[in-house]
Design a protein around this ligand. Structure first.
Ligand SMILES: Cc1ncc(COP(=O)(O)O)c(C=O)c1O
Length: 401
């Protein structure tokens, strides 16, 4: 590390609150599926800013759209109508079976909006005292107090109690536990089709079928958190398509505006009746610059067939990684994923492997301490993935049995 990088790291620790265990690299610029640090070292990016830059870093057409919109109008508030927001709503709703959208600024905010809508709908439209939100163990739904209450990881809640009430947490893929948890006060169940922060864990298809039947039977809403899985990440535009289901509400964020902070909460016409003027709002949500960027993201995903690309490249990547299990049987416990959302579960703590990959110029992420999470830009070249697999092979070979 150069003295310039070391100086930035030292300044950071003096000036910025200590909430992130950052990698010891100062990233200076990014292009497509590449990152460059202050010293000019190049990295292959298999993380995409944590499943954000699905269309790749610094796309010229997005930069142009942002610049053009910034010159025309940056912000006016949601007290006015604006064309870009309506255009984006129309384009986003064309990708799914939802009928209405609410724009906000992050994933956590999208989930907050979903929870609020579910409760309002149950109370005001259905006239039921149903407020409880059931989520799954090991899930991740955000860091605000409400979404933290929904998040099924006790470690993340520690020290922040009391959290808002009206949340229950049950094991994933256990329909009996869910059946017991749902009662007359349940408003909604929230799930990720593939748990991301939890370690890239897809839900069982049979469980999802049973869950759908249960929720229909008990008249409970389904909220799908597509914040990490959305916009082509799993080889379908939305991960819930793999499971052939129509959520009452679903949320997205991360990849939506190509790296600018934007979230969206989408719902059926029926459930959207729960919100009336004043029920929910945000100052920045759906701002014109964000909408201009998101419209370009949707164009790129469509024009470059990135959903299909994610599916195909995901399949070949999984196959390559599964070969590594045969080469290093005691070192990799499991390889799994959908599309370009892939987890390589090591059978030992993964910090050193992760660090060695960084040294070799490959950026991925370590979930739950032992799962290498790969969520690269969907435009990444097959050759880059092959180079990563070769590097992982070398790193694992150097790990003592
Ligand atoms: C599934 C899921 N939900 C919610 C969130 C929270 O999103 P944000 O960090 O934008 O608030 C994340 C972020 O990683 C996520 O992966």
């Amino acid at each position: 590390m150069s003295t310039t990088e070391a100086a930035v790291i030292e300044q950071e620790s003096r000036l910025i609150m200590n909430t992130y265990a950052r990698y010891p690299i100062v990233i200076d610029r990014a292009k497509d599926a590449r990152l460059y640090d202050l010293d000019g070292k190049e990295y292959v990016d298999l993380l995409a800013g944590i499943a954000v830059v699905n269309v790749g870093h610094c796309r010229e057409e997005i930069a142009q759209a942002i610049a053009d919109q910034a010159r025309a109008m940056v912000h006016v508030s949601n007290l006015f109508y604006q064309k870009k927001q309506v255009e984006l709503a129309e384009r986003l709703l064309e990708t799914c079976q939802a009928d209405k959208v609410f724009f906000c600024n992050s994933g956590a905010e999208a989930n907050e909006a979903a929870i609020k809508l579910a409760r309002r709908y149950m109370r005001d439209v259905k006239g039921r005292d149903a407020y409880e939100i059931i989520s799954l163990e090991n899930s991740f739904h955000g860091r605000t107090m409400g979404t933290l209450a929904a998040t099924g990881q006790c470690g993340l809640r520690r020290g922040f109690e009391p959290l808002p009430g009206g949340f229950k947490n049950v094991p994933a893929n256990d329909i009996c536990a869910m059946r017991e948890a749902v009662d007359e006060h349940t408003a909604a169940v929230i799930i990720e089709m593939v748990q991301g922060e939890g370690g890239v864990l897809p839900l069982d298809a049979a469980y999802v079928n049973d869950l759908m039947a249960l929720l229909k039977d008990r008249d409970v809403l389904l909220i799908v958190d597509e914040i990490q899985t959305g916009l082509g990440r799993t080889g379908a535009f939305w991960a819930h398509e793999h499971f052939n289901l129509k959520p009452d509400i679903f949320t997205c964020a991360k990849a939506l505006a190509g790296g600018l902070p934007m979230g969206a909460m989408l719902a059926t016409e029926e459930v959207a009746r729960g919100f009336t003027p004043g029920a929910h709002a945000t100052t920045f949500g759906g701002g014109p610059v964000l909408c201009a960027a998101a419209l370009k993201v949707l164009d790129i995903i469509r024009d470059e067939n990135l959903v299909e690309r994610s599916r195909k490249l995901g399949e070949s990547t999984l196959a390559m990684l599964k070969e590594l299990i045969l080469i290093h049987p005691g070192k990799i416990r499991h390889v799994r994923g959908m599309g370009l959302m892939i987890g390589v579960e090591l059978s030992f703590p993964g910090q050193e492997v992760h660090r060695a990959l960084l040294d070799k110029g490959f950026v991925c992420n370590l979930a739950q301490g032992r799962i290498l999470r790969l969520v690269p830009p969907l435009i990444i070249e097959q050759a880059d993935i092959e180079a990563f697999v070769a590097a992982l092979n070398e790193v694992l070979a150097a790990v003592e049995d």
